[in-house]
Design a protein around this ligand. Structure first.
Ligand SMILES: Cc1cc2nc3c(=O)[nH]c(=O)nc-3n(C[C@H](O)[C@H](O)[C@H](O)COP(=O)(O)OP(=O)(O)OC[C@H]3O[C@@H](n4cnc5c(N)ncnc54)[C@H](O)[C@@H]3O)c2cc1C
Length: 597
């Protein structure tokens, strides 16, 4: 077994991991481990933009961005952390620009910005242009730019190494265990500080925008070490996934003037969000679509509505809304402009649907999209051991895997890419600072023992059940019971099925017993992670008897600030029982109010 030693070890090479690696490597010997080749990380699929109140096109302020984020979070986000992120946003975007990121430009050469859901002018309540973008490939550009900077800074990369366990010594992080996928060999990474940046876990649900690799490895690993997960009940459903496939159609489409239309030809968002209409926050818009479909207003009686960005429709509704260009002229678009601003979206629809968005409306339905919950951290990326704020020495988390919490119960579009660069950077800085004064901890005699045990179990299983069937059932019950709307019965049924599936999972083995590129084995291990997280998500949701942000209960339709203005901390004890504790929300300037859009 090979052992490697680095001062800072980053697990994950998406936007958060690369930013952390880049900053840590300025002063510490740093490695980034990734189960995917770095530029294949999910960050590369982010389309619409990164939020920052640059005010390049119209008046905007970080305080407005802060308020919108607090409101978008349904008042569950911690306001000190949100303020910090929205203020750091300007510098973060300029830094990306100076690293060479090819943002779209305004005619006078500034970074171009477009409207996005929930981002408003706080005086008028109307949408504001705050999303900085590179066509509809913003995440791709961020990933490429940061990867190049990391290479320039001599970060050591271990590509296609999958971390399967964390080494904790006396409650402090001391490294990680990884499987080299090409050879099947186990490697020990001994480190002074470990930063987890492993992304989300949307593969729990049937219809999802998430990549196959979003299997929640990081949070499943920390959970097994007795560490908590925060606010797992809050999972975002994005309003516009391609019907049945779940592939994301960015909110940028509506930012450019696209509208949602039901089977009766109505622009129904006027009824649900009279001020911002199609640019309401995602929780509000997903619920509206769901209700339209349930009321029989889906297109042709089916479970979808249309997202329409045909130029004649955009121009018609822009005129009704009185939308203007920055120069004050009526806002209009042509087919060429749609193609230039949303090239990938047009391509996806042509390829996967046989629909051309320039001449036809797109059939869409809500799709599981983003984990607001995750490994609890403070705003420096330091992982928390409990609801009282105790820190796990040497352990950090950043990006979608972490819960700072800046997104609270519902994330605003463009705020994840921002979260990656801001908190990735601070986690990297903190970890490097910690590593310069800390010593390497003595490793236990056999640090890979637990990791080995997990894989021996898979190889020795009787094979009576198979991973595909279990995954299919999990995805279906979670989509039905833990989707856009929830009830006690639905969630209880999902939980019971997930627990049965966890029992059946013990029989799942592999047909490939070799070592080289044994992806079957890794997929089985990943399914175990998803099942564990599905259980914690459902238990956390059942306990919360209110509706807030992405957690919308038909049996408890109101938000209940008296009892539930608090974060959930879920722990799993040695017997596998989920235990819930709670932590107060940090409120600085904005007292909770009723949300309207
Ligand atoms: C289709 C789509 C479009 C989006 N568009 C936007 C947008 O326009 N604006 C916005 O703000 N947000 C957007 N988001 C959300 C945002 O892109 C993600 O939340 C964000 O990119 C996650 O970044 P990350 O660095 O946390 O994780 P990722 O980019 O997913 O990186 C995770 C990394 O962890 C590695 N990894 C995982 N498990 C292991 C393991 N066990 N061992 C080793 N390595 C591991 C992976 O290889 C990968 O490198 C979008 C998301 C999707 C799915």
């Amino acid at each position: 077994m090979q052992t490697h030693q680095f001062e800072v070890l980053v697990v994950g090479a998406g936007g958060a991991g690369l930013m952390a690696g880049l900053y840590a490597s300025k002063t510490a010997k740093t490695a980034v481990i990734s189960k995917l080749y770095p530029t294949r990380s999910h960050t590369g699929t982010a389309q619409g933009g990164i939020g920052a109140a640059l005010g390049n096109i119209e008046e905007d302020h970080p305080e407005w961005h802060t308020y919108d984020t607090v409101k978008g979070s349904d008042y569950l986000g911690d306001q000190d952390a949100i303020e910090f992120m929205c203020e750091e946003a300007l510098q973060a975007v300029y830094e990306l620009e100076h690293m060479g990121l090819p943002f779209d430009r305004t005619p006078d050469g500034k970074i171009s910005q477009r409207p996005f859901g929930g981002h408003t002018n706080n005086l008028t309540g109307k949408p504001v242009r705050r999303a900085c973008h590179a066509a509809d490939r913003t995440g791709h550009m961020i990933l490429q730019t940061l990867y190049q900077q990391c290479l320039k800074n001599n970060v050591t990369f271990y590509d296609e190494f999958q971390v399967v366990d964390l080494i904790l010594v006396d409650g402090a992080a001391a490294g990680a265990i990884a499987v080299e996928i090409a050879s099947g060999e186990t490697h020990i990474f001994h480190a002074k500080a470990v930063i987890l940046a492993t992304g989300g876990h949307g593969r729990i649900w049937e219809i999802t925008s998430n990549a196959y690799a979003f299997t929640g490895d990081g949070p499943a690993i920390t959970l097994r070490h007795g560490l908590p997960l925060e606010d797992m009940e809050f999972f975002q459903f994005h309003p516009t996934g391609i019907y049945k496939l779940g592939i994301l159609i960015t909110e940028g489409v509506r930012g450019e003037g696209g509208v949602l239309i039901n089977g009766k030809g109505e622009r129904f968002m006027e009824r649900y969000a009279p001020t911002v209409k199609d640019l309401a926050s995602r929780d509000v818009t997903s619920r509206a679509i769901y209700l339209e479909i349930r009321d029989g207003n889906g297109v042709n009686g089916q479970n979808y509505v249309y997202l329409d960005v045909r130029p004649e429709q955009v121009n018609k509704y822009a005129a009704i809304d009185g939308r203007k260009t920055p120069a004050g002229a009526p806002y209009t678009v042509t087919g060429e402009q749609i193609l230039a601003r949303l090239p990938d979206i047009v391509d996806f629809c042509r390829v996967y649907l046989g629909v051309d968005p320039i001449t036809q409306p797109m059939p869409i339905q809500p799709t599981a999209h983003y984990a607001m919950g995750g490994i609890p951290t403070n705003k420096y990326g330091e992982a928390l051991a409990n609801e009282k704020g105790k820190i796990v020495p040497g352990l950090y988390a950043a990006g979608e895997v972490a819960c700072v919490s800046v997104h609270g119960a519902n994330r605003l579009g463009t705020n994840s890419l921002l979260d990656l660069v801001v908190f990735g950077k601070h986690a990297g800085l903190r970890a490097a600072e910690f590593a310069t004064s800390a010593e390497y901890r003595h490793l236990p005699p056999d640090p890979a023992a637990f990791a080995r045990l997990q894989f021996e179990r898979i190889f020795q299983a009787d094979g009576k059940d198979n991973a595909f069937d279990i995954a299919t059932e999990m995805k279906k019950v979670m989509f039905d019971g833990m989707g856009v709307f929830r009830t006690r019965e639905g969630m209880q049924a999902a939980l019971e099925t997930v627990r049965e599936l966890k029992e059946r999972f013990k029989h799942v083995g592999v047909t490939d017993t070799g070592k080289i590129f044994n992806l079957e084995m890794m997929n089985v291990w990943e399914l175990g992670n998803l099942l564990d997280l599905a259980e914690v998500t459902t238990v956390s949701a059942l306990a919360r008897t209110e509706s807030r942000g992405g957690h919308s209960r038909e049996d408890f339709p109101q938000r209940d600030d008296k009892r539930w203005l608090k974060h959930t901390f879920a722990f799993v004890d040695e017997r596998g029982k989920v235990e819930l504790k709670y932590k107060p929300v940090v409120i600085t300037r904005f007292e909770p109010k009723v949300r309207t859009y």
